[in-house]
Design a protein around this ligand. Structure first.
Ligand SMILES: Nc1ncnc2c1ncn2[C@@H]1O[C@H](COP(=O)(O)OP(=O)(O)OP(=O)(O)O)[C@@H](O)[C@H]1O
Length: 331
């Protein structure tokens, strides 16, 4: 069942230097129990897409297209309806958990807050003992002892705080969880534990998980499908394994080549960087926005900006070279 569908999503920020078209025609869908990764360099629009789903963008931002959450268009929702949808239908695990928790409130109070907000403070299920039990169960589910409910954020490690953020995101049993760089600040061992936990929760609760990361290896490990973004567009979308090991778009290939593969001594020794920087969304080059950095660009790439087109089973890419083998395109 389709949980989330983005239809021709465009997002334009208003800034002092003029409009910033950060997202330009994104189409995506995510089913219950599925995991979708969003990859791409800094500034390509990943967080903007994620924040738009719960309308967490500045009010001056213009959103075009549709964001269907369980069939209901978020872009037209009243603020009252949005408040009901946040936490209960969809929630976000933000990057940098250590900064997101309130330092002067106990962990348990912070997890209880959305539960009380959504049950209504007067409801029977909002009795203190029931809320305390719900908080304890959530903490235990994310691998923390229930006694941590009485702790303050500074008493926990980074990994423990990120588990608290996941407990918070699950507090109202949402069907969609958006995790924006959930493991960026963690060491690799803790990172693996947090990723395993997210995967378990998807399997156990049938949650739809959208995960955003710079790190392709993290996404490949956790997500069934992968969307690679460049300059506000999806340039490749397909099964994670294929997008990371046999990418079709030269940008995905370059991104993949930039990450050393654990267990492959050759790639570990020589990860390849991608020269140049992503373009300014307010000043995109004509044609395919990747063409100035692309090792296999053709004259027509300077004038044509292609839409996604089939590149294999359930696999699409926006490139004239959709047939070029990945390794060749990355050279
Ligand atoms: N409030 C804002 N006003 C104007 N421009 C913005 C605003 N927020 C983001 N942008 C611009 O929109 C573009 C997309 O930003 P976004 O944060 O979505 O990218 P990202 O891929 O998530 O990057 P990162 O991985 O660094 O978080 C960037 O060029 C950014 O500078």
């Amino acid at each position: 069942m389709t949980l989330l569908e983005l239809r021709d999503l465009t997002i334009t920020y208003t800034s002092a230097r003029g409009p910033v078209p950060a997202v330009r025609g994104v189409n995506l869908s995510l089913d219950a129990g599925q995991t979708l990764g969003m990859a791409g360099e800094s500034g390509c629009g990943k967080s903007t897409v994620a924040m738009s789903i719960l309308r967490l963008l500045p009010r001056s931002t213009t959103i075009g297209g549709q964001i269907l959450l369980d069939g209901e268009d978020v872009t037209g929702m009243s603020w009252g309806r949005l408040r009901a949808v946040r936490w209960a239908a969809a929630s976000v695990v933000f990057q940098g958990a250590m900064h997101a928790l309130n330092p002067v409130r106990r962990i348990g109070e912070q997890i209880a807050e959305p539960i009380l907000l959504h049950n209504g403070a007067g409801a029977a299920s909002s009795r203190q003992s029931d809320v305390d039990r719900a908080v304890a169960e959530l903490l235990e589910r994310v691998g923390l002892p229930a006694r941590h409910a009485r702790a303050y954020p500074h008493e926990l490690s980074g990994g423990q705080k990120q588990r608290v953020m996941i407990a918070l995101a699950l507090a109202c049993s949402p069907r969609l969880v958006i995790a924006d760089e959930p493991t960026t600040a963690l060491d690799v061992m803790v990172q693996a534990q947090v990723l395993d936990l997210l995967a378990e929760l998807v399997a156990e609760r049938g949650i739809g998980l959208m995960m955003i990361s710079h790190d392709l290896s993290v996404l490949a490990q956790t997500c069934q499908r992968l969307a690679v973004m460049y300059a506000g567009r999806i340039v490749e979308l397909g099964p994670s394994h294929q997008v990371t090991t046999a990418p079709v778009h030269p940008y995905s290939a370059a991104l993949s080549a930039a990450f050393p593969t654990v267990g492959d001594p050759a790639s570990r020794m020589a990860p390849r960087g991608l020269p140049g920087d992503p373009p300014d969304p307010a000043d995109l080059p004509g044609g395919c926005p990747f063409h100035p950095r692309c090792g296999v660009s053709q004259p027509e790439c300077a004038t044509q900006d292609l839409q996604l087109r089939p590149a294999g089973p359930e696999h699409t890419a926006a490139c004239v070279h959709a047939h070029v083998p990945a390794q060749e395109a990355a050279r």
